[in-house]
Design a binder for this molecule. Structure first.
Ligand code: PRP
Ligand code: MN
Ligand code: MG
Length: 186
């Protein structure tokens, strides 16, 4: 059916789990970015749910901006080709930039964003991701802060999508294999 819970096999991170990640990471970032007035960059679209909860746990004066560098399109596998869909509004020169991500998978998206921002003269560029799918890493890129490691499962919710849907699920769940199969066999 069309109900979001029908496509979930099991819950992986509950709302409480995610809240705890935000509290822990928020404290760490509060210490590490004290006095730096960082530019917090949300990677559209997946990062928005994590960003709003995480930044409210950061007792640090900062500014917000967004960068859309989608590579997966509407699909479920990276095309490997990354392009800027919507660029930052801010000038990052001499700024401490903190990229927020929902997940780092192959690392291609994060590496592209870090290289882009470093190339524009940022003072520092770090990333805080909710999830780190380390086993899938294809390129050498640091995930400076993350909430949890995650295995090679198709996760949706809390920003993570399948075909650009189901981001609004308040927890992170594993997609039922048959939901993926339906599209793979097309
Ligand atoms: C997803 C996710 C990360 C990226 C991770 O974004 O939100 O940004 O892929 O994959 P990678 O490490 O293999 O590059 P996507 O491109 O699907 O756009 P979205 O955030 O709009 O869903
Ligand atoms: Mn993304
Ligand atoms: Mg996506």
């Amino acid at each position: 059916g069309d109900n979001i819970n029908d496509i979930i096999d099991h819950k992986l991170f509950s709302e409480e789990d995610i809240h705890e990640m935000c509290v822990r990471l928020g404290k760490q970032l509060t210490e590490d970015y004290a006095g730096k007035k960082p530019l917090v960059v949300g990677a559209l679209k997946g990062a928005i749910y994590f960003l709003t909860d995480l930044t409210r746990q950061m007792d640090v004066a900062h500014q917000l901006d967004f960068l859309d560098v989608s590579s997966y399109g509407d699909g479920f596998e990276s095309t490997g080709k990354i392009k800027v869909v919507t660029d930052l509004a801010a000038d990052v020169k001499d700024r401490d930039v903190l990229i927020i991500e929902d997940i780092v998978d192959t690392g291609l998206t994060l590496k592209f964003m870090k290289d882009l921002i470093k190339g524009r003269g940022a003072k520092s560029v770090k990333c805080c991701a909710m999830l780190n799918k380390e086993a899938r890493r294809n390129v050498d890129v640091d995930v400076d802060y993350y909430g949890s490691k995650v295995g090679n499962e198709f996760v949706v919710g809390y920003g993570l999508d399948f075909l650009n849907m189901y981001r609004n699920l308040p927890y992170v769940g594993v997609l039922k294999p048959e939901v993926i199969q339906k599209y793979v066999n097309k």
